[in-house]
Design a protein around this ligand. Structure first.
Ligand SMILES: N[C@@H](CCC[C@H](N)C(=O)O)C(=O)O
Length: 287
């Protein structure tokens, strides 16, 4: 017999998610279940699937340890069923869901993730997330500057910087001579050297002081209209390329799905601000 579960469809700047409520710890979000729910024709449809789970019930001890700061765990999978450590748009939608359901304080709270607890608060229509610290993807060598080449069809390879925001990112500074809109992101860009755990790839151009625009190809999904962790990576990379020493300066990042703000805090953390919308609720039968 199949089980019926409650779901909510939501998005953050059109990066969309299916949230499945498992507050009673009744099922596992397997790769095949996530891919089924995320399918835009035979499922609900989304760039990712998020199980709303109690941190204290997590099988992983590192996640369970976060229960002191965060009652709820964002169990995240990409549309292809693969696990991701973190999702910057997803965590805002997750927080809005918890607030609406009365499962968390309206003032703000911690959310447990596979890359540590993220603290969220609400500011009008927006959700503000302390995304924690960033690091260079290759922390052992402390690589900085340009450390990867990114190949997309019909272009010479682009130079890129690999950063980690809990999940992996490769940020390309797209030269002004290239039309960002016409880059072919229908297939995953080829990265040299090949990142063994895969990567999200951001293509960035400056628009003005503290203002950039970006397109993104997400690991486990394809091109999406927004990526919160990618937006943070793009702002950090641009900040580094510009040799900008003003740490508390806000960055505005335009993506096809909307506009978000990033601040590089004095304590080395990154703060992401943007909207979160809960679109619809329903029930779905799990196989
Ligand atoms: N859309 C997300 C990132 C989701 C995970 C990513 N595709 C990965 O595999 O790392 C965001 O808003 O950050």
């Amino acid at each position: 017999m199949s089980r019926t579960v409650r779901f909510t469809k939501g998005h953050g700047t059109r990066n969309d998610f299916v949230l499945v409520d498992d507050r009673d710890d009744e099922f596992a979000l397997t790769a095949s279940l996530a891919a089924m729910l995320a399918d835009r024709r035979s499922g609900i449809g989304g760039d990712g699937v998020i199980r709303v789970a109690r941190t204290s019930e997590a099988a992983d001890t590192e996640i369970r340890a976060q229960a002191v700061d965060a009652e709820w765990f964002m169990d995240y999978r990409n549309a292809d069923g693969s696990v991701a450590e973190m999702c910057g748009n997803g965590v805002r939608v997750f927080a809005s869901y918890l607030r609406r359901e009365g499962l968390a304080s309206a003032a703000g709270f911690g959310v447990a993730t596979r890359s540590g607890t993220k603290f969220v608060r609400f500011a009008g229509e927006n959700v503000v997330v302390d995304m924690g610290p960033w690091r260079y993807e290759d922390a052992e060598t402390g690589a900085s500057g340009i450390d990867a080449l990114v190949h997309v069809p019909d272009h010479e390879p682009f130079s890129a910087l690999r950063l980690n925001l809990g999940n992996p990112h490769t940020v390309v500074a797209v030269p002004p001579t290239v039309d960002l809109e016409t880059l072919d992101l229908s297939k995953a860009p080829v990265i040299n050297p090949h990142p063994t755990s895969g990567t999200n790839v951001e293509f960035v151009q400056p628009l003005g002081p503290g203002h950039i625009r970006m397109r993104v190809h997400e690991r486990g999904v394809g091109e999406t209209e927004s990526c919160g962790t990618g937006i943070c990576a793009a702002a950090i990379a641009t900040h580094l390329w510009a040799g900008d020493l003003d740490r508390d300066k806000p960055w505005t990042v335009d993506v096809p799905g909307g506009r978000l703000q990033v601040r590089l805090l004095a304590n080395g953390h990154v703060e992401l601000t943007g909207p979160a919308v809960l679109v619809a609720d329903g029930t779905v039968a799990l196989p």
